[in-house]
Design a protein around this ligand. Structure first.
Ligand code: NOJ
Length: 570
């Protein structure tokens, strides 16, 4: 697939509800394809819609080859796929194969007995030597789960533990077992035969665990103040990860035409590893989702212990990724997804005075980098974080568990809540605001999570009617990507790396050069930028109120501009 387009992520549960049960569904997506077509995106990525007990909102799958009744049916899926294709867009599915649901028949069989033919499809281990099953610290390793507590769950019947890097309802598949790999590849082929255009692969760099020849798994480094250790060295980009992805490519994609997209979500991946994963010659994946820039505001206590973001750190990080993947490999570009708080609240300013300018400034900055930009539902409307009042307002397993564990361990409940409000994943999961009407036009029923009350102002209907809205700015950025090859493909040079408020860079492809200048602050600022751009065309800007450019180098709050010149024109 042409990887130079723009991808739009749909979190179906929160996108649009067509049957009034309060949960978004396939009918809701079908009803809003006009919106996506008007935005101009090339690819839609659907977060999981498969059968699931919904312990982690569908990232716990109990049947990979059917649609959860809450979302619809396979017939509706086929209808949606045809409609997406009919509008010239592609559709990419979420592939969650580091783990299944504990209700998946594979795990049900595996759990049934230590002698089950599927026992070895998951990670079963006896208690730590010399310790009784269920005793404190008897888990086979000291690893923490991503959703609080240990990464091992005791199965009382057999006295053995199974591994779950996420919730106990998400047991990890054992990719060492070739039968597991073949079952996954067959399932992927089934979806491709149905016509889907590729996969976004959930935590795919965690599928290879560092396991000794005798089956031993190693303890992780101890974490201060926690009974559990950090096991990531044993499963982030483990020893066989490249082999597994190459095998997957060979078995699933190599014999199909080249129009498929593969994106590996990879927490903790380094630039050096990303080059290997995305080098076309190695045939692994087209691009990776890395987390460095969205972890920069995490404090010493982790994601729920936020600290202020320094723009110079963002530049250093994104700049290094631009440089690292310049010759070989490819970048994914994103601020938002279903796991991240809303960017306009996090790195911008969501107050009425600055919401539109800061959302469009951050959009310009990101979309003008080299790589494939991802727009997460509602980002194109400048949707903000939600005003969660108490813990009862949260739905996400990660937030709810963290609150329970932290408060039980003696943390101040208000401080814990403040962290959840800032970085909690539910910020991204409040319903898409379609109108200013009841429940923002998301549902005629009771939404599964409260609608943000600011839908009276922030909504798609209003945004589409206003040429200066966040929506139209995203639309123009995507259009620019389609008409100016330098946007996707040009090389990248960072300017003023030490400036605390201005993010600026140039892009160049052949004789076309772009200058991108963004004031990432609410102040008037000045930056010493290279000369020779005075007569350059303004391709796109986000401050229509600044009709005549001010003094040279003066930028208004959250102002973003993209200038273009050709080399003969300097
Ligand atoms: C990453 C997904 O993006 C997240 O939503 C999910 O909770 C975990 N992987 C586990 O599947």
């Amino acid at each position: 697939m042409d990887i130079t387009g723009a991808v739009y992520q749909i979190y179906p549960r929160s996108f649009a509800d067509s049957n009034g049960d309060g949960i978004g569904d396939l009918g809701g997506i079908l009803a809003h394809l006009d919106h996506l077509q008007a935005l101009g995106v090339d690819v839609l990525w659907l977060s999981p819609i498969y059968c699931s007990p919904q312990d982690d909102n569908g990232y716990d799958i109990s049947d990979y080859q059917d649609i959860d009744p809450a979302f619809g049916t396979l017939e509706q899926f086929d209808e949606l796929l045809a409609a997406v294709h009919g509008r010239g867009m592609k559709l990419v599915m979420d592939l969650v194969v580091n783990h299944t649901s504990d209700e998946h028949p594979w795990f049900v069989e595996s759990r049934s007995s230590p002698d089950s033919p599927k026992r070895d499809w998951y990670w079963w281990r006896r208690p730590r030597p010399g310790m009784a099953a269920g005793a404190a610290g008897a888990e086979p390793t000291n690893w923490a789960s991503a959703f609080s507590g240990p990464a091992w769950e005791l199965d009382e019947a057999s006295g053995e533990y199974y591994l779950h890097l996420f919730s106990p309802k998400q047991p990890d598949l054992n990719w060492e077992n070739p039968q597991v790999r073949q079952a996954v590849y067959a399932m992927m082929g089934w979806w491709l035969d149905r016509g889907v255009d590729g996969f976004r692969m959930d935590v795919i760099n965690m599928i290879s665990k560092d396991v000794g020849p005798d089956g031993h798994l190693h303890d992780g480094r101890p974490v201060e103040g926690s009974p559990y250790g950090d096991g990531s060295a044993s499963y982030i980009c483990g020893p066989r990860i490249h082999e597994f992805l190459q095998e997957m490519h060979q078995e699933v994609f190599a014999h199909r035409d080249g129009q498929l997209l593969t994106v590996g979500e990879m927490p903790g991946v380094t630039v050096e590893e990303a080059v290997l994963f995305t080098d076309p010659a190695r045939a692994e994946v087209d691009m990776v989702f890395q987390f460095e820039h969205v972890d920069l505001d995490h404090g010493p206590g982790g994601k729920f212990d936020p600290r202020p973001l320094r723009l110079t750190d963002v530049k250093a990080s994104l700049g290094r990724w631009q440089e690292g993947l310049e010759e070989v490999g490819w970048n994914s570009l994103y601020w938002n997804n279903h796991d991240q708080p809303r960017v306009v609240s996090r790195f911008g300013d969501d107050s009425p005075a600055h919401r539109v300018a800061s959302a469009t400034c951050l959009a310009t900055l990101l979309h003008l980098h080299r790589g494939t930009p991802y727009v997460y539902q509602g980002e194109e409307l400048g949707m903000t974080n939600a005003p969660f009042d108490s813990i009862q307002d949260f739905r996400d397993i990660e937030s709810v568990n963290h609150y329970r564990h932290a408060v039980a361990a003696g943390a101040d409940a208000e401080t814990v809540l403040a962290g959840l409000r800032w970085t909690g994943r539910d910020n991204a999961r409040t319903p898409v605001q379609w109108t200013s009407g009841p429940n923002a036009g998301f549902t005629t029923g009771t939404p599964w999570i409260a609608v943000n009350p600011n839908h009276d102002v922030v909504n798609a209907e209003a945004a589409r009617a206003d040429p200066d809205s966040v929506f139209h700015h995203y639309r123009r950025l995507i259009e620019l990507r389609h008409t100016e090859p330098v946007v996707a493909l040009g090389d990248f040079t960072m300017l003023v790396p030490h400036h605390e408020q201005v993010y600026a860079f140039t892009r160049r492809l052949g004789d076309v050069e772009l200058l991108v200048v963004c004031n990432v602050s609410g102040d008037d600022v000045r930056a010493d930028l290279p000369g020779g751009w005075a007569d350059a065309e303004l391709l796109i800007g986000n401050r229509p109120d600044v009709v005549v450019p001010g003094e040279e180098g003066l930028l208004r709050p959250w102002e973003a501009r993209v200038h273009r010149r050709t080399c003969g024109n300097q």
